[in-house]
Design a protein around this ligand. Structure first.
Ligand SMILES: Cc1cc2nc3c(=O)[nH]c(=O)nc-3n(C[C@H](O)[C@H](O)[C@H](O)COP(=O)(O)OP(=O)(O)OC[C@H]3O[C@@H](n4cnc5c(N)ncnc54)[C@H](O)[C@@H]3O)c2cc1C
Length: 496
């Protein structure tokens, strides 16, 4: 009966009697649900809420003992084009403008049909998160976002993904959606023609089989799987990993086992300013407001206006420590608006000195090089010369004393390649046919951030694919499953 570790053949005798923790109340006698969501991240909870609201019985299984996915780590910024918050701020925007921005940033890739789908859903997604899921979101106007021609990202007041998740958890709880922690999906159930459930393990005890009309893979990408990174996304192999531990790429193996197509596997979101040893992101706002990135010789290596993700392709090739250099005004302005940076500064991650020579001494880097670099950058910021790296946006620069620096490294945040899906998030085979019963969303699905590398990533692409595709998948799988369930009793009745 069993074929591969990724696929288990379901049999008519298979019972669904053993229940994973948290699902006991589901039906009382078995663990057969309309829609089973694998992964309790932003994508998974958005799916679950949307599917529930379509009338489906939904359950979520999560392999970790608590909420610990990338959505928790994120800044919680969600793009929405044409929202009422943009209108209130006098910003003209719509799906067509967003789509054009996304295409410009990403260039050609293997998932282009999804660009219009996600641009179109984005505005209604943000309004759904606030009006239906009950989240508190506002338009972010303080800083520019990579890839966006207008302010379009919306986030919780704290700008923390943990608060976004708290809102989604409240919405799921208020609907009575069970989320079973410590339940690792290990294999898909296959009835010979479609996916019909998932095999789940809670520990050494025997696996539990959960039957479902639709399975939604919301397991994120493969950033935490070194072998898959080396295979599909080799440029990131030496980067620090700043993402969640659960992103181990199971959806890729399961998808391949049912003949799915993969797309954009070499694409990723990098971050060029991951503070070390603190393990927190030193927000790119520091650079947008005028900061520069230097190496141990005190020299810059590129145009910081490229943004944190694209710049990671440059910084990732430099060996040795790197530093973000800014000034006390920029530190204070940023700390006042972004809690995570304030925490980094409070934990000693923002070293201050009266002048470039003293700063170089504190960082143990070349003082002559750093002085020359800051002189040149200051001249470029004042318009007295062309910047050697072509930078034109200088924020509050030229930098002024006292100067501040953060030691940084290049990091992988999350991978952008995954399972190819259609406009309803249904998993596709190479010939374009749909794998029955199987959906993929968020980091498990192919992204829209270019074919390879980190330059194609527009800010917000991660949560757009998680929450936007999650909303689409939840609605589609939820309504299909609820209709199928409603038809069942009638069909049974007609035979008796
Ligand atoms: C530091 C950081 C900052 C970011 N900031 C932003 C931002 O501001 N805006 C933006 O758009 N994007 C941002 N991103 C990217 C964004 O966080 C991700 O793209 C997005 O959260 C992915 O959502 P997800 O639901 O697919 O994954 P996750 O939130 O990681 O959820 C996946 C869940 O699935 C679980 N799981 C995995 N495998 C299994 C299994 N076999 N069985 C059961 N459960 C399983 C995992 O444990 C996890 O809980 C950021 C990323 C990082 C790391």
């Amino acid at each position: 009966m069993v074929s591969t570790p990724q696929l288990t053949q379901a049999t008519p005798e298979m019972t669904f009697a053993r229940l994973p923790r948290g699902l006991v109340a589901l039906r009382g006698t078995d663990a057969d649900v309309d829609v089973l969501v694998v992964g309790a991240g932003g994508a998974g909870l958005a799916c679950a809420i949307a599917a529930h609201d379509e009338g489906a019985q939904v359950a979520v299984v999560e392999k970790l003992p608590r909420l610990q996915g990338n959505t928790m780590l994120s800044s919680g910024s969600v793009p929405g084009a044409g929202t009422r918050w943009q209108r209130a701020a006098g910003i003209a925007d719509d799906a067509a403008c967003f789509e054009a921005d996304l295409r410009r940033q990403a260039g050609p890739h293997e998932n282009e049909a999804m660009v219009a789908v996600l641009a179109r859903v984005s505005g209604s997604l943000v309004e759904w998160l606030v009006d239906v899921a009950g989240l508190d979101l506002s338009l972010i106007t303080l800083y520019r976002h990579v890839g966006h021609s207008v302010p379009r990202l919306h986030g919780p007041p704290t700008r923390r993904g943990a608060d976004l998740m708290a809102g989604l958890v409240r919405a799921a709880e208020s609907r009575g959606i069970p989320v079973a922690f410590g339940n690792r999906a290990v294999s898909l159930l296959w009835d010979g023609s479609r996916v019909c459930g998932v095999e789940v393990r809670t520990g050494p005890e025997p696996a539990t089989m959960i039957g479902a009309h639709a399975v939604i893979l919301a397991t994120n990408g493969f950033g935490a799987n070194p072998a898959m990174r080396a295979r599909y996304c080799a440029t990131t192999a030496a980067y620090e990993y700043a993402g969640a531990p659960g992103a181990e790429g199971e959806a890729i193996d399961w998808g391949l086992a049912v003949g799915a197509r993969l797309a954009n596997m070499g694409a990723y979101q990098g971050h060029a300013s991951y503070a070390v040893p603190h393990g927190l992101l030193a927000t790119w706002t520091l650079m947008e407001l005028g900061g520069v990135i230097v190496d141990r010789h005190g020299q810059r290596m590129g145009n910081e206006s490229l943004g944190y993700s694209a710049f990671s392709e440059i910084s990732g090739t430099v060996s040795g420590p790197l530093y973000a250099v800014y000034d006390a005004r920029i530190r204070d302005l940023t700390a006042a608006a972004q809690e995570e940076f304030a925490e980094l500064a409070a934990r000693g991650g923002a070293v201050e000195a009266a002048d470039p020579t003293a700063l170089a001494a504190r960082l143990h880097i070349d003082a002559v090089g750093l002085r020359a670099t800051l002189d040149e950058a200051g001249q470029a910021a004042r318009g007295e010369r062309e910047d050697v790296w072509g930078r034109r946006d200088w924020g509050r620069a030229p930098l002024q004393p006292p100067y501040v620096a953060t030691r940084i490294a290049t990091a992988l945040l999350h991978t952008q390649g995954g399972l190819a899906v259609d406009g309803e998030a249904r998993v596709l085979r190479p010939d374009g046919s749909v794998v029955g019963g199987l959906y993929a969303v968020g980091g498990a699905a192919a992204g829209i951030s270019g074919f390879t590398g980190s330059r194609g990533y527009s800010s917000g692409n991660g949560l757009l694919a998680a929450l936007g595709l999650g909303l689409i998948a939840g609605r589609s799988a939820g309504s299909a499953a609820a209709q199928a369930r409603d038809r069942e009793p009638a069909a049974a009745g007609s035979t008796t």
